[in-house]
Design a binder for this molecule. Structure first.
Ligand code: AMP
Ligand code: DBH
Length: 563
């Protein structure tokens, strides 16, 4: 059989061995649905019900399922009218606005592949995504949270000429194409739905080494993850789900997220940002029933709830995930918001764990939940890769019906991140209880989990090393009361030169990287003491520096072990 010629050197694929695929289909996990296909069905089923509420250009808009579907079809036709071809990849960088959903479902409808970027990403990250994915288009809002994305788009285009089209979703499009110029042209639209086993989009991972990796998720596997999440989180057509974290994050997209809510025929309320000032009035007005937050925001909401004039009584479930919620923080969240807490431990690569709504309160406070699927295989192993007994702590490996078997276009990461028999090495250190619940204890890899944003220590070190006054740099995570963890950089300056900390921070801006990667703390040192044995690995060095800093801080606070 002749293969369809592709414009891309790296074809998209996510392949489970055939016996696994057969099992997942037989068990009813993979049902042959597609992302555009399910939304079309909901539009027919739920036509006039409200699908999406959110702000666009400062105005609150509401789309029924029928209207959302109309927007989706128009977007799909417009993308194809530009000359984009099915299979082409399109970087989408939009804030929390209703158009996020009309654009990504429009791309699904057209057979195009969204690559999700966050609003905080800058030239360095966007160019990396565009290059890795071989993207031919880029979708932005003109402005969002005071940032000018048209200026960024110009730089991205100059850096990556293969990126032919820039589509601007709201505001003045300048020399680029405006989404509002798209016209419905049903004749342009594919008559057949995508192959349910094919890759629907590329999600991004925080990554532990270097720049983010691209995660190819299929229609079948992703739909299973949020359909099953709906059952666990009790999302029904009556639910009102709020997206408060960045819409492109996997958590508010699929656990059960906006996609789960749309699958259920529920209403999605898009909060432009996660601050209580913005979100609370929307919760009160729209009678929001469920929302997902990272731990620092959950604590902030719990505190703000005490004095808010807004009625939050509609909230039934507050989900918290993305980073560890300590038992003490969990108690404060429950006391402050007075609604049901659900812990969510997930990853864009797949596996998602939830505490169940009817779990005993100790389980909800003390654990990060258990997997969605009976076919999620979870292994906790020691340094040698031997499986450990429940109650013991080790590295979490997993495979299953919605966990990827490979990253896109990244052989080195794949060799590192997957075992020979297809288990994903999550990098998390966990304890599994006899009941199968996981408690996250820490992690094996050197990344920083800063309020749910995962930042690679290596990537931050690389940016620092590029600075002319930096001789060497080691970047570590340090526990932080507000962020969970903060980024601390140890710097050895070049001889005779000492950069100032604010200058080094500015350096990140000049290098056009996302602000959340800028070190929060900079410590200058004369040398990294290597052991007598000789060269230490970066990993050991980071661990040692981190331990020294913590010991010093503890001593200063009078809490250290003084013996
Ligand atoms: P990513 O692979 O970038 O999607 O990030 C997923 C990672 O976030 C996980 O492997 C964990 O390290 C971390 N994470 C997510 N949820 C939790 C949670 N509830 N508790 C602790 N860590 C979490
Ligand atoms: O942190 C994550 O990536 C995450 C957290 C909760 C996630 O991907 C998810 C739920 O689906």
């Amino acid at each position: 059989m002749n293969r369809i010629p592709t414009r891309h050197r790296h074809p998209l694929a996510q392949i489970w061995p055939s016996e696994f695929a057969a099992r997942y289909r037989q068990a009813g996990y993979w049902r042959g649905e597609t992302l555009a296909g399910f939304l079309r069905e909901r539009a027919m089923q739920f036509g006039e019900r409200t699908a999406i509420v959110g702000y666009s250009n400062g105005e609150l808009i509401r789309w029924s399922y029928a209207q959302l579907w109309e927007q989706v079809e128009t977007a799909a036709a417009g993308f194809l009218a530009l000359g984009l071809q099915p299979g082409d990849r399109v970087v989408v960088q939009l804030g929390n606005m209703p158009q996020f959903y009309s654009v990504v479902f429009g791309l699904f409808r057209a057979g195009l592949i969204p690559v999700y970027a966050l609003p905080a990403h800058r030239l360095t990250e966007i160019t990396h995504f565009a290059t890795k994915a071989e993207a031919s288009a880029y979708v932005v809002a003109a402005r969002y949270e005071q940032f000018d994305y048209l200026a960024l788009a110009r730089e991205v285009k100059a850096a990556q000429p293969a990126l032919e089209h820039v589509i601007v979703v709201d505001g003045d499009a300048g020399e680029f194409t405006s989404l509002s110029s798209f016209r419905p042209e049903p004749a342009r639209l594919p008559t057949a739905d995508a192959d349910p086993q094919s890759v629907a989009f590329l999600q991004i991972s925080g990554g532990s080494t270097g720049l983010s990796k691209l995660i190819p998720r299929t229609h079948d596997d992703y739909i299973y993850s949020f359909r099953a999440s709906n059952a666990i989180c009790n999302i029904t057509p009556e639910s009102v789900y709020m997206v408060a974290l960045p819409a492109a994050h996997n958590f508010p997209m699929s656990s059960p997220g906006a996609f789960g809510a749309l699958y259920a025929g529920a209403t999605v309320v898009v909060s432009p940002n996660p601050s209580p000032e913005t979100a609370f009035p929307l919760i009160a007005a729209e009678r929001v029933t469920a929302v997902g937050l990272v731990p620092p925001l959950a604590l902030l909401w719990a505190q703000a709830a005490a004095t808010t004039p807004h009625d939050l009584s509609s909230l039934q479930v507050l989900q918290v995930g993305g980073a560890k919620l300590t038992p003490e923080a969990a108690r404060r969240v429950i006391a402050g918001l007075g609604c049901q807490l659900q812990q969510v431990f997930g990853m864009a690569e797949g596996l998602v764990n939830y505490t169940r709504l009817d779990d005993p309160i100790e389980t909800i406070i003390e654990t990060q939940g258990r997997p969605i699927s009976p076919d999620d295989e979870v292994l906790v192993v020691d340094d040698q890769g031997h499986a450990l007994e429940p109650g013991q702590t080790g590295y979490l490996l997993t495979r299953g019906p919605y966990t990827i078997r490979a990253y896109h276009n990244d052989d080195a990461a794949n060799a590192r991140s997957f075992t020979e028999d297809g288990f994903y090495r999550t990098g998390d250190v966990v304890t599994r209880t006899p009941q199968g619940y996981l408690i996250v204890q820490g992690r094996a890899t050197d990344h920083i989990n800063r309020a749910g944003e995962k930042i690679s220590a290596e990537e931050v070190e690389d940016h620092l090393l590029a600075h002319p006054q930096v001789f060497d740099a080691a970047v570590v995570s340090v526990p932080d009361t507000y962020l969970g963890e903060r980024i601390c950089a140890f710097i050895i300056p070049q001889q005779g030169e000492k950069p100032r900390a604010p200058e080094l921070k500015k350096w990140f801006k000049q290098r056009n990287v996302a602000a959340f990667k800028v070190p929060d703390q900079i410590v200058f040192v004369d040398a990294f003491d290597t052991t007598a044995v000789g060269k230490t690995s970066r990993k050991e060095l980071r661990a040692r520096l981190r331990a020294q800093l913590l010991a010093q801080e503890a001593a200063e606070n009078g809490t250290g072990d003084k013996q």
